[in-house]
Design a protein around this ligand. Structure first.
Ligand code: SIN
Ligand code: FE2
Length: 216
């Protein structure tokens, strides 16, 4: 994999290219990791992690919650964004400034200027949790990139092509890594392999992933 130092970054992150408009910023979130970890507890207290059911009737092994104006949900009726948490009927917790600032800085470090996310899906993986190949296509427009921040246990991210059967690259993601994909890569299939139980010094036996989107 080519290691590119394409963009100046004040965080001294290493930028790896995984597609024409897809990048891994190694360690980009590390300076903000403590603030991100602290925010998880706040979000969780207002909108608990839950295992949702897919339209096909399967329980997801990844537990999720959201913050921001819109939150991604799924049930037997389909995938969608809502302004309220369906479990409480209350708006999703406000997206902390540290989140939106980090997301927009990661986007601009990879050439996506002016990214202003209105949705942050928070995924919690435990040992054995996996995310099958999918496209992120419930957002209203695909001009904005997806920015994905990893904390805690390491995982293997699968980055495929535009059809499900395309070959996937296996990309190890560690605490503090950020992946950005947009433009011609915006609708590429992606997923996460079953998590191994290799506890992390801060988060223990879990991985938390934040994906920032422009949903509305
Ligand atoms: C996602 O596709 O929503 C999450 C990706 C990840 O956990 O790295
Ligand atoms: Fe996704």
């Amino acid at each position: 994999m080519a290691t590119l130092q394409l963009f100046e970054s004040t965080d001294d992150a290493h930028c790896e290219s995984i597609g024409p408009r897809a990048f891994v910023l190694r360690g980009f979130a590390l300076p903000h990791a403590d603030a991100l970890v602290a925010a998880i507890a706040d979000i969780e207290a207002r909108a608990a992690f839950r295992n949702m059911v897919t339209p096909g009737g399967f329980m997801m092994s990844v537990a999720l919650t959201n913050c921001g104006e819109f939150g991604w949900t799924t049930d037997r009726r389909g995938y969608r964004y809502t302004r309220e948490d369906p479990e409480t009927g209350k708006p999703w917790p406000v997206m902390p400034d540290v989140f939106s600032t980090l997301a927009s800085r990661a986007a601009s470090a990879t050439g996506f200027i002016g990214f202003n996310p209105d949705a942050c899906l928070v995924n919690r993986y435990l040992p054995g949790s996996r995310l099958s190949l999918h496209q992120d296509r419930n957002e209203r427009d695909f001009d904005a990139p997806i920015v994905s921040v990893s904390l805690g246990m390491s995982a293997t991210f699968l980055f495929g092509g535009h059809t499900r059967s395309d070959r996937t690259a296996k990309i190890p993601l560690h605490h503090g890594d950020v992946v950005v994909w947009g433009g011609v890569d915006r609708l590429r299939f992606h997923g996460v392999m079953p998590l191994k139980d290799e506890p992390h010094s801060v988060l223990g036996s879990q991985r938390i992933n934040f994906t920032f989107r422009k949903a509305g």
